[in-house]
Design a protein around this ligand. Structure first.
Ligand SMILES: Cc1cc2nc3c(=O)[nH]c(=O)nc-3n(C[C@H](O)[C@H](O)[C@H](O)COP(=O)(O)OP(=O)(O)OC[C@H]3O[C@@H](n4cnc5c(N)ncnc54)[C@H](O)[C@@H]3O)c2cc1C
Length: 459
């Protein structure tokens, strides 16, 4: 006998649990299925543990700079990696337990631990049991991609998941991939005390960002002693005694870099290959992402896909926003759409990069007159006081409507300050609103009007 539910949710990432809560509150019966750790990537192997580790790395970094601030520390400051990991485990473990407990205590909610697979467009098999519903929500997330690099099967390598078990200091960590995940781990481990080399196939780091942002981040990382090898067109891996040799080119006299540990940070793969999607007739794109419309419905009526697995976002806040869109549309009769949201995210290197809206390339292709301004953090009083003056603020606006088009704040507090511009963008208010507001001194935010006063035609 199949068990019937008003809704089935597969996966407990960032969208599934709040959706279950809303359904439960609306009196619906809901089954939530999880095959691994409650809370998914962000809680267990992504945002929360990495930002906790980054906080430890930042503390070590500031301690090493003690003399700049007027105190003395032991020059040979060493990081106790077992304690760093224990702190991370405690913080992430707390969230993991909270997600599980919340789900288990929900009225009308059945929690099933196991691997879910579609049997049809209305049924899912888990632990040899069939669950049925007219509404199924897929929130299965993704995992670290493992590309078919030459030699990949012959050497041990780490991913963001296995990095969570590391409680020792790698002597030389070679990170393959110079994008968001790779850069955060690079600076973190350099600050813990490892030698770190980043190997990137492209001609610059974080290639989706503007060139000046990539360049400034590269300088920040290099200043801390991180080695960066760009244009690694043909990456190969080979064991060499207790090291791993990472080949960077395929020609006859290949250059290489030697490390003791390899971290693969070359993108994500959606967890959709073992979900039985074909039995439900659910369409995916060539990379395995579930195709959804603007309201996150798949091609099969009654089935939605939320979070990383739909390819419409790769962040916790996009997954959570997916939940808000689906829940409001189903329970409140709204017509919320993915296309209503403004692109925003942060890169949590130190200083952080906060981003919202268009990049320079997008502003250039925008087809309307724009104004832009750029301002160095070394002129921001708060940054000077904190001795954290790296980076810049840049903002672009529409010359006629005065609405903000996009911004990048690479600098202390950039991950927080960016929200001022983001909220003004959502309000569709002109940038002059930010200029008129009185801000708190001394903050980075108080300089936004100063930056906006420097707007000039975008070139
Ligand atoms: C190292 C790292 C750092 C990150 N840092 C940030 C950050 O600072 N800020 C940010 O916004 N984002 C960050 N992200 C991205 C963020 O973690 C993800 O975007 C977010 O977790 C996506 O959530 P999700 O709901 O799509 O799925 P996930 O969190 O991936 O959860 C999916 C869940 O589904 C389960 N599942 C999969 N298949 C099945 C199945 N067949 N049956 C049952 N259960 C299944 C999985 O076990 C998992 O628990 C980071 C990611 C990484 C890797």
């Amino acid at each position: 006998m199949a068990r019937q539910f008003d809704a089935i949710i597969i996966g407990t990432g960032q969208a599934g649990p709040p959706l279950a809560k809303r359904f439960s509150a609306a009196g619906m019966s809901v089954a939530v299925i999880e095959r691994n750790k409650f809370g998914g990537t962000c809680v267990n192997t992504g945002c929360i543990p990495t930002k906790t580790l980054i906080a430890s790395a930042y503390a070590a970094h500031v301690a090493r700079r003690g003399s700049e601030y007027g105190f003395l520390t032991d020059r040979n400051l060493r990081v106790d990696m077992k304690r760093v990991k224990a702190r991370k485990d405690e913080v992430a473990g707390h969230s993991n337990k909270a997600v599980e407990q919340t789900l288990r205590q929900l009225a009308n909610c059945t929690v099933v631990e196991g691997h879910a697979q579609f049997q049809s467009s209305r049924s899912v098999m888990v632990n040899n049991e069939i669950l049925e519903s007219d509404r199924i929500f897929i929130n299965v997330g993704g995992r670290a991609a493992v590309p078919p690099l030459a030699g990949i099967r012959e050497v041990p390598f780490l991913t963001n998941s296995s990095m969570m078990d590391v409680d020792f200091l790698p002597e030389h960590l070679v990170i393959i991939g110079g994008s968001y995940v790779g850069l955060e781990f690079a600076q973190m481990y350099r600050r813990f005390g490892s030698e770190v080399t980043i190997v990137e196939r492209g001609s610059r780091l974080i290639a989706r960002e503007d060139e000046d942002v990539s360049e400034a981040v590269r300088e920040i990382l290099e200043e801390e002693g991180i080695q960066i090898r760009l244009n690694a067109k043909c990456i190969s891996l080979r064991k060499r005694n207790r090291h791993i040799a990472v080949g960077l080119e395929c020609d006859q006299d290949p250059t290489e870099t030697l490390g003791t540990h390899i971290l693969l940070a070359v993108g994500r793969t959606p967890n959709t290959n073992d979900l039985g999607l074909e039995r439900a007739g659910i369409a995916t794109d060539q990379r395995g992402y579930i195709i959804v419309d603007d309201m996150l419905q798949t091609n099969v009526p009654g089935i939605w896909a939320l979070g990383d697995c739909n390819g419409r976002g790769a962040f916790t806040h996009t997954a959570y926003n997916d939940y808000e869109i689906v829940a409001d549309n189903l329970l409140n009769g709204t017509q919320r759409r993915v296309s209503d949201r403004i692109q925003t995210y942060a890169l949590f290197v130190d200083p952080p990069l906060g981003r919202c809206g268009m990049t320079d390339v997008e502003v250039r292709n925008y087809g309307r007159a724009a104004l832009a301004a750029k301002y160095p953090m070394r002129n921001v009083t708060r940054a000077v006081e904190k001795a954290e003056t790296q980076g810049f603020i840049k903002i672009a606006v529409d010359a006629e409507t005065k609405q903000i088009l996009g911004a990048a704040i690479l600098g202390t507090g950039g991950d927080e300050v960016i929200h001022i511009l983001l909220d003004v963008m959502y309000a569709k208010a002109p940038y002059t609103t930010v200029q008129r507001a009185m801000h708190i001194h001394p903050t980075v935010a108080e300089f936004l009007p100063v930056v906006l006063a420097k707007l000039e035609p975008f070139v």
